[in-house]
Design a protein. Structure first.
Length: 241
Protein backbone atom coordinates (compact mmCIF):
# COMPACT_ATOMS: atom_id res chain seq x y z
CA UNK A 1 0.00 0.00 0.00
CA UNK A 2 1.30 3.43 -0.90
CA UNK A 3 0.96 6.72 0.91
CA UNK A 4 -1.41 9.15 -0.83
CA UNK A 5 0.61 12.37 -1.29
CA UNK A 6 3.83 13.25 0.55
CA UNK A 7 4.70 16.91 1.11
CA UNK A 8 7.97 18.49 2.16
CA UNK A 9 10.93 20.63 1.21
CA UNK A 10 14.02 19.95 -0.86
CA UNK A 11 16.59 21.85 1.16
CA UNK A 12 19.36 20.99 -1.31
CA UNK A 13 19.43 18.84 -4.45
CA UNK A 14 22.56 18.20 -6.50
CA UNK A 15 22.24 16.39 -9.81
CA UNK A 16 25.54 14.89 -10.99
CA UNK A 17 25.15 13.95 -14.65
CA UNK A 18 27.18 11.67 -16.88
CA UNK A 19 26.93 10.62 -20.51
CA UNK A 20 27.11 6.91 -21.23
CA UNK A 21 27.29 4.43 -24.08
CA UNK A 22 23.66 3.56 -24.95
CA UNK A 23 24.58 -0.07 -25.69
CA UNK A 24 26.06 -0.48 -22.22
CA UNK A 25 23.09 1.18 -20.54
CA UNK A 26 20.64 -1.10 -22.36
CA UNK A 27 22.24 -4.04 -20.55
CA UNK A 28 21.80 -2.33 -17.17
CA UNK A 29 18.13 -1.37 -17.35
CA UNK A 30 15.24 -3.84 -17.57
CA UNK A 31 12.20 -3.88 -19.82
CA UNK A 32 9.95 -2.01 -20.40
CA UNK A 33 12.53 0.78 -20.09
CA UNK A 34 15.04 1.88 -22.71
CA UNK A 35 17.70 4.61 -22.57
CA UNK A 36 16.56 8.13 -23.35
CA UNK A 37 19.05 9.30 -25.97
CA UNK A 38 20.39 12.84 -26.22
CA UNK A 39 22.85 13.59 -29.02
CA UNK A 40 23.61 9.88 -29.42
CA UNK A 41 24.33 9.43 -25.71
CA UNK A 42 22.49 7.90 -22.78
CA UNK A 43 22.33 10.08 -19.66
CA UNK A 44 22.96 8.64 -16.20
CA UNK A 45 23.69 10.25 -12.88
CA UNK A 46 23.29 10.66 -9.15
CA UNK A 47 20.83 12.78 -7.18
CA UNK A 48 22.11 13.94 -3.77
CA UNK A 49 19.13 15.37 -1.96
CA UNK A 50 18.50 16.69 1.55
CA UNK A 51 14.81 16.46 2.41
CA UNK A 52 13.15 18.31 5.27
CA UNK A 53 9.74 18.05 6.93
CA UNK A 54 8.64 15.04 4.86
CA UNK A 55 5.15 13.93 5.92
CA UNK A 56 1.64 13.27 4.63
CA UNK A 57 0.23 16.30 2.87
CA UNK A 58 -1.97 18.30 5.22
CA UNK A 59 -0.04 17.48 8.38
CA UNK A 60 2.02 20.20 10.11
CA UNK A 61 5.72 20.48 9.27
CA UNK A 62 6.89 19.59 12.79
CA UNK A 63 5.73 15.97 12.43
CA UNK A 64 7.88 15.48 9.32
CA UNK A 65 11.24 13.73 9.05
CA UNK A 66 14.47 14.93 7.44
CA UNK A 67 17.25 12.98 5.75
CA UNK A 68 20.19 12.95 3.36
CA UNK A 69 19.63 10.70 0.36
CA UNK A 70 21.38 9.50 -2.77
CA UNK A 71 19.75 8.00 -5.85
CA UNK A 72 21.48 6.55 -8.90
CA UNK A 73 19.40 7.53 -11.90
CA UNK A 74 19.25 6.56 -15.56
CA UNK A 75 17.18 8.66 -18.00
CA UNK A 76 14.71 6.33 -19.71
CA UNK A 77 11.70 6.12 -21.99
CA UNK A 78 8.95 3.52 -22.22
CA UNK A 79 5.70 2.90 -24.06
CA UNK A 80 2.44 3.30 -22.16
CA UNK A 81 -1.11 3.40 -23.55
CA UNK A 82 0.21 3.99 -27.04
CA UNK A 83 2.39 6.94 -26.00
CA UNK A 84 6.09 7.39 -25.25
CA UNK A 85 6.69 8.33 -21.62
CA UNK A 86 9.93 9.54 -20.05
CA UNK A 87 11.48 9.61 -16.61
CA UNK A 88 14.28 7.89 -14.71
CA UNK A 89 15.01 4.32 -13.69
CA UNK A 90 16.59 4.22 -10.22
CA UNK A 91 18.63 1.03 -9.71
CA UNK A 92 19.52 1.92 -6.12
CA UNK A 93 18.66 4.34 -3.32
CA UNK A 94 20.79 5.26 -0.28
CA UNK A 95 19.68 7.15 2.81
CA UNK A 96 20.88 8.46 6.16
CA UNK A 97 17.49 7.69 7.76
CA UNK A 98 17.07 4.17 9.11
CA UNK A 99 13.29 4.59 8.89
CA UNK A 100 13.61 4.76 5.09
CA UNK A 101 15.46 1.45 5.03
CA UNK A 102 12.65 -0.14 7.01
CA UNK A 103 9.81 1.39 5.00
CA UNK A 104 11.51 1.25 1.59
CA UNK A 105 9.53 -1.12 -0.60
CA UNK A 106 6.59 -0.92 1.81
CA UNK A 107 5.66 2.76 1.82
CA UNK A 108 8.53 4.50 0.04
CA UNK A 109 9.43 3.05 -3.38
CA UNK A 110 12.33 0.65 -3.76
CA UNK A 111 14.88 -0.79 -1.39
CA UNK A 112 16.94 1.78 0.53
CA UNK A 113 20.50 1.12 1.72
CA UNK A 114 21.58 2.75 4.97
CA UNK A 115 24.53 5.08 4.36
CA UNK A 116 26.78 7.35 6.39
CA UNK A 117 26.81 10.84 4.87
CA UNK A 118 29.51 13.46 5.32
CA UNK A 119 28.31 16.92 4.24
CA UNK A 120 30.27 20.17 4.33
CA UNK A 121 28.63 23.28 2.90
CA UNK A 122 29.91 26.82 3.23
CA UNK A 123 29.45 29.87 1.07
CA UNK A 124 29.12 28.58 -2.46
CA UNK A 125 31.12 25.38 -1.83
CA UNK A 126 29.73 21.87 -1.46
CA UNK A 127 31.33 18.62 -0.37
CA UNK A 128 29.20 15.50 -0.03
CA UNK A 129 30.32 11.94 0.37
CA UNK A 130 28.73 8.77 1.64
CA UNK A 131 29.54 5.12 2.09
CA UNK A 132 26.64 2.71 2.12
CA UNK A 133 26.03 -0.54 3.99
CA UNK A 134 27.25 -2.55 0.98
CA UNK A 135 30.35 -0.30 0.54
CA UNK A 136 28.94 1.67 -2.40
CA UNK A 137 30.50 5.12 -2.21
CA UNK A 138 29.97 8.58 -3.70
CA UNK A 139 31.84 11.86 -3.32
CA UNK A 140 31.68 15.27 -4.96
CA UNK A 141 33.39 18.62 -4.48
CA UNK A 142 31.77 21.52 -6.28
CA UNK A 143 31.12 25.24 -6.13
CA UNK A 144 28.42 27.47 -7.50
CA UNK A 145 29.17 29.31 -10.72
CA UNK A 146 27.34 31.67 -13.06
CA UNK A 147 28.46 29.78 -16.15
CA UNK A 148 27.19 26.45 -17.45
CA UNK A 149 29.99 24.25 -18.77
CA UNK A 150 30.17 24.84 -22.56
CA UNK A 151 31.72 21.38 -23.00
CA UNK A 152 28.51 19.68 -21.85
CA UNK A 153 26.51 17.94 -24.56
CA UNK A 154 23.55 20.06 -23.43
CA UNK A 155 25.38 23.29 -24.35
CA UNK A 156 23.05 25.56 -22.32
CA UNK A 157 21.55 25.57 -18.83
CA UNK A 158 18.07 25.83 -20.35
CA UNK A 159 18.60 22.65 -22.37
CA UNK A 160 19.69 20.55 -19.41
CA UNK A 161 16.98 22.04 -17.17
CA UNK A 162 14.26 21.08 -19.66
CA UNK A 163 15.70 17.58 -20.02
CA UNK A 164 15.45 16.82 -16.31
CA UNK A 165 12.21 18.67 -15.65
CA UNK A 166 10.49 16.40 -18.18
CA UNK A 167 11.91 13.38 -16.38
CA UNK A 168 10.17 13.91 -13.04
CA UNK A 169 8.82 10.33 -12.87
CA UNK A 170 11.04 7.67 -11.29
CA UNK A 171 10.72 3.88 -11.07
CA UNK A 172 12.60 1.74 -8.54
CA UNK A 173 12.90 -2.07 -8.53
CA UNK A 174 11.34 -3.98 -5.64
CA UNK A 175 10.92 -7.75 -5.77
CA UNK A 176 8.64 -8.53 -8.74
CA UNK A 177 7.70 -4.97 -9.66
CA UNK A 178 8.89 -1.42 -10.35
CA UNK A 179 7.43 1.15 -7.98
CA UNK A 180 6.74 4.61 -9.36
CA UNK A 181 6.93 8.07 -7.83
CA UNK A 182 6.38 11.48 -9.41
CA UNK A 183 8.10 14.64 -8.18
CA UNK A 184 5.93 17.74 -8.39
CA UNK A 185 8.11 20.73 -7.58
CA UNK A 186 6.20 23.95 -6.85
CA UNK A 187 9.00 25.84 -8.61
CA UNK A 188 11.71 24.53 -10.93
CA UNK A 189 14.99 26.40 -11.08
CA UNK A 190 18.45 24.89 -11.49
CA UNK A 191 21.84 26.57 -11.11
CA UNK A 192 25.15 25.33 -12.53
CA UNK A 193 27.88 23.82 -10.39
CA UNK A 194 31.58 23.69 -11.21
CA UNK A 195 32.86 20.26 -10.16
CA UNK A 196 36.49 19.87 -9.04
CA UNK A 197 36.26 16.21 -8.03
CA UNK A 198 33.64 13.47 -8.40
CA UNK A 199 33.65 9.76 -7.62
CA UNK A 200 31.04 7.02 -7.89
CA UNK A 201 31.91 3.39 -7.20
CA UNK A 202 28.73 2.36 -9.05
CA UNK A 203 29.59 4.09 -12.33
CA UNK A 204 33.27 3.21 -11.92
CA UNK A 205 32.50 -0.52 -11.64
CA UNK A 206 33.98 -1.81 -14.89
CA UNK A 207 32.02 -5.08 -14.62
CA UNK A 208 28.87 -2.99 -15.21
CA UNK A 209 30.24 0.02 -17.09
CA UNK A 210 33.38 -0.87 -19.08
CA UNK A 211 36.22 1.63 -18.96
CA UNK A 212 35.47 4.71 -21.07
CA UNK A 213 31.74 4.01 -21.34
CA UNK A 214 30.75 6.70 -18.77
CA UNK A 215 31.97 10.31 -18.76
CA UNK A 216 31.17 13.17 -16.38
CA UNK A 217 29.14 15.87 -18.15
CA UNK A 218 27.72 18.49 -15.73
CA UNK A 219 26.27 19.15 -12.29
CA UNK A 220 23.25 21.18 -11.20
CA UNK A 221 21.98 22.63 -7.94
CA UNK A 222 18.46 23.23 -6.63
CA UNK A 223 17.72 24.69 -3.19
CA UNK A 224 14.70 25.40 -0.99
CA UNK A 225 12.05 23.79 -3.17
CA UNK A 226 8.62 23.00 -1.76
CA UNK A 227 7.35 19.84 -3.39
CA UNK A 228 5.06 16.82 -3.36
CA UNK A 229 5.73 13.15 -4.11
CA UNK A 230 2.85 11.24 -5.71
CA UNK A 231 2.76 7.45 -5.98
CA UNK A 232 2.18 5.90 -9.39
CA UNK A 233 0.89 2.52 -10.44
CA UNK A 234 3.50 -0.22 -10.20
CA UNK A 235 4.89 -1.84 -13.33
CA UNK A 236 5.38 -5.63 -13.38
CA UNK A 237 8.98 -6.73 -13.53
CA UNK A 238 10.21 -8.17 -16.82
CA UNK A 239 13.42 -9.86 -17.85
CA UNK A 240 16.63 -7.93 -18.44
CA UNK A 241 17.59 -7.05 -22.02
Amino acid sequence: MRLPTIHGYIDRRILINFTADPGVVRKVIPEPFRPKIYKDKAVVGICLIRLKNIKLKGLPDFVGVSSENGAHRIAVEWDEDGNTKEGVYIPRRDTSLRLNTILGGRIFPGKHYLAKFNVKEGGDNYHIDFTSSDSTSISIDAKETNHFDPNSIFRTLENVSDFFERGAVGYSPNKDKYEGLKLQAYTWQVRPLEVTDVHSSFYEDEKIFPKGSVQFDNALLMTRVEHEWKSLQDKPQATMH
